[in-house]
Design a binder for this molecule. Sequence first.
Ligand code: DC
Length: 223
Amino acid sequence: MISVAIDGPAGAGKSTIAKAVSKKLGYIYVDTGALYRAVGLKFANAGFDTELNCNIENILSDTNVTIKFVNGEQRVFLDGKDVSDLIRTPNASMMASAVSAKPPVRAFLLDMQRKLAMDNNVIMDGRDIGTVVLPNATVKIFLTASANERARRRYKELTERGEKVDFNEVLKDIETRDYNDSHRDIAPLKQADDAIFADTTEGSFEDSVNLVLDIINKRLENK
Ligand code: DC
């Protein structure tokens, strides 16, 4: 099986780029952030905020997160309910970042991610795919863009969806998440030693898709 690990900070375009690349290659695209978002939603629904003043293991023991592919698109289910749209709010993002720093949450989601890569050709994106989840991935890419550019893209996406957001708030959220995701003790966001660095600050979406496709094809040719 072939596995492509794409890691990088929030808003670098990982998911849209990985989705487009996976269609071209006929691999399944696994968005691991959605799994953390679903877990974050569980804790939010249980009445907790990002402080997570609760017994995490207890809540996880009563939590079921699964994914299904519908017409090639990943849908994520929390306790049997499709939450794919509910997990896309700014609050869900902050809750995802908070739960993702907790070792029991990472352990809870690890096997599921590895199993998907064992059974399918995958493009998997996240923060620790090349470093922890799939250390033997066929191709590893670290995809990033400047914080300002990432905030601009996220702002556009949210406003196009009809959400009222302030650009500076979006930028602050991105910077806070960057800090949290790269400073946590467990599986922090960092480039794997053998990952190829790709910066998408400049250039169009198609340029980024082609850049990632080139990296994958070159790596596969040299295998
Ligand atoms: O990619 P995203 O924005 O949907 O991710 C939501 C949060 O989940 C992000 O702040 C960090 C966390 N995450 C993680 O810790 N490890 C992953 N493999 C994917 C996401």
